[in-house]
Ligand binder design. Structure first.
Ligand SMILES: O=C(O)COP(=O)(O)O
Ligand SMILES: [Mg+2]
Length: 225
């Protein structure tokens, strides 16, 4: 019997568990180049991430004046195809994250991924990094059907259900995460080290952490569920 206040924790992927921006940025730049557009500086690709792959590319294309719908769709397909082959080249867990996941496992806490990436990409990356087996489930932006990605609460409800119910908290880096968790009625921790689309303290999370090693104390300090 665990004394930990939560029986399961849901994790966002990009900007929370893993630093994926270099691989995502390379995929966007591959598509932009094919479309005759300028590349995005790798660091700025962090500002495009959060709402899934299509939004990431459309933000980059719109910044350069936009393009016809069919042309955009063709580039989007090419970006996905590139990313499917190059999604774990530079991507890696944030410092302290593996130790944190180990400690949660030692305490008997179940963990799940809830990302706006396609489920297949998330599973592929986590498999390549040898991490997939740690998670009870990996829920992607497409898992719950159209219109049911974060900030909708459905993927969080589903993650909690697949973890066997019980007390659940969520960890993420963007307003998609915080709003989904709030809509699902679960406490949420924001990661200031991620790709926050607002200043971290303005996301509306119950707590903000600066590094992954602060996560467990932050979860323990939340009001009792
Ligand atoms: O791929 C994205 O844009 C977002 O992915 P995330 O939900 O894991 O942050
Ligand atoms: Mg994220």
């Amino acid at each position: 019997m665990t004394t930990f206040p939560f029986s399961a924790i849901g994790f966002d992927l990009d900007g929370t568990l893993l630093d994926t921006h270099q691989d995502l940025g390379a995929a966007v730049n591959h598509a932009l180049k094919l479309g005759g557009l300028k590349p995005v500086p790798v660091d700025s690709s962090k500002d495009l991430i959060g709402g899934g792959a299509k939004m990431m590319l459309s933000r980059a294309v719109d910044d350069q004046g936009g393009m016809e719908r069919d042309d955009f769709h063709a580039l989007y397909k090419k970006m996905l195809s590139y990313y499917s082959e190059h999604n774990a080249v530079h991507s890696h867990p944030y410092p302290g994250m593996i130790d944190t996941l180990d400690e949660l496992a030692d305490r008997g806490v179940k963990i799940a991924v809830v990302t706006n990436k396609f489920e297949s990409f998330a599973t592929s990356i986590l498999n390549q990094l040898g991490l997939a087996d740690r998670f009870v489930t990996i829920i992607g932006g497409d898992t719950m059907g159209k219109g049911n990605a974060k900030p909708a609460p459905d993927p969080i409800y589903e993650a909690r259900k697949r973890c066997g119910g019980g007390s659940f908290a969520f960890v993420g880096d963007s307003s998609y995460d915080v709003n989904a968790a709030k809509a699902a009625g679960v406490p949420v921790i924001a990661c200031a080290y991620g790709y926050c689309d607002k200043p971290p303290h303005e996301l509306g999370a119950d707590a903000v952490i600066q590094t992954a090693s602060e996560l467990i104390p932050a979860l323990e300090a939340l009001p009792k569920p």
